[in-house]
Ligand binder design. Sequence first.
Ligand code: B12
Length: 309
Amino acid sequence: MTPAETKKQIIEQARRLGFNDCRFTTAEPPASSSIFLQWLAEGCHAGMRWMESERSIRGRLDPRNALPDARTVICLAASYYLAGPQNPSVARYARVADYHETLREPLSELCRFIENIEGPAAHIAAVFASDSSHLLERDLAQRAGLGFIGKNNNLISPRLGSWFFLSEIITTLELEPDPPLSLQCGTCERCLRACPTGALTARHLDARRCLSYLTIEHRGDIPPEFHAAMGDRFFGCDRCLEACPWNRFAQPTSIPPMSLDEELFTTEQLESMDNAAFKKRFAGTSFLRAKRDGLLRNLRITEKNREQQ
Ligand code: B12
């Protein structure tokens, strides 16, 4: 099979498995490593200390640290957009089943498919979405032409908007890289204006001020200066994505939606659960990331905000 035919087959299989886009780039180091190192040096990763680890930094500086003979990174997009109005108190990505779990199977299946068509020549390291991969995913995906990096820091696809997850497969196969897009945000600054805490600057996102970070990743109290900005949002904050005009092109997700009872999200309900009950009740959802204490902390703030309205 020629490399072009292999690529075509991989793209078709990725589509069959529910991915909305699939593009290819080399395994060369990402161009924006210096932006990442500067971001770390300035402390913009807040309490995400795992980003400082040697493994995290080495991986982000060069994908070949994950697989020494890597030639190609296959970049995949999986939409998490649910059509229709959604209650913004919960970030959209948490309205579908936890992607760390749901994307694992289609990614493994795509790896097996590549190994089947290429035999032992296709040595593969499957890298799963987000926290489990030590890659600068957005940089690689923009180089593969999957989208461009917007002022809200998200990878924006002219076909999908930006309500999608990224995943990558690293392989020793030599496949023709796709060209990057030549799109940019231009003069649009809607996301910068929509961010209520000034977390987005023209250069990057300061997690210390980002409500997504503060309500999901941060442990301990949320500084009072951010309480009012949370409004009703007790899990994440999508304001910079909601404001983006490219999101009118969002495509429906094929990840199963969560059917969580809205009445579950009260301080009263959470106080009645211990950690074990919380884990059981929220199994398979993104809410586990904030842990019971984090979710309870957030709900105490949003309930107070509602009382003060
Ligand atoms: C840590 C993290 C967070 C942190 C910090 C976010 C941040 N902006 O850094 C917090 C908790 C705040 C967060 C929030 C969210 N996250 Co997050 N997060 C990550 C994670 C694990 C690492 C990101 C990282 O390395 N940050 C360091 C900074 C410096 O890197 P960066 O954001 O990738 O930015 C790079 C480029 O923008 C580049 N750059 C800037 N300008 C330009 C211009 C050009 C031309 C080029 C080449 C590069 C470039 O420089 C940077 C360094 O390479 C990634 C997964 C991964 N492994 O990449 C997911 C990831 C970025 N997150 C994702 C998502 C979905 C979200 C949320 C929407 C979820 C939510 N609602 O809570 C929000 C969106 C917030 C936002 N506006 O960015 C998706 C993004 C998908 C997409 N379409 O872009 C990812 C890729 C996870 C995934 N696998 O799907 N996240």
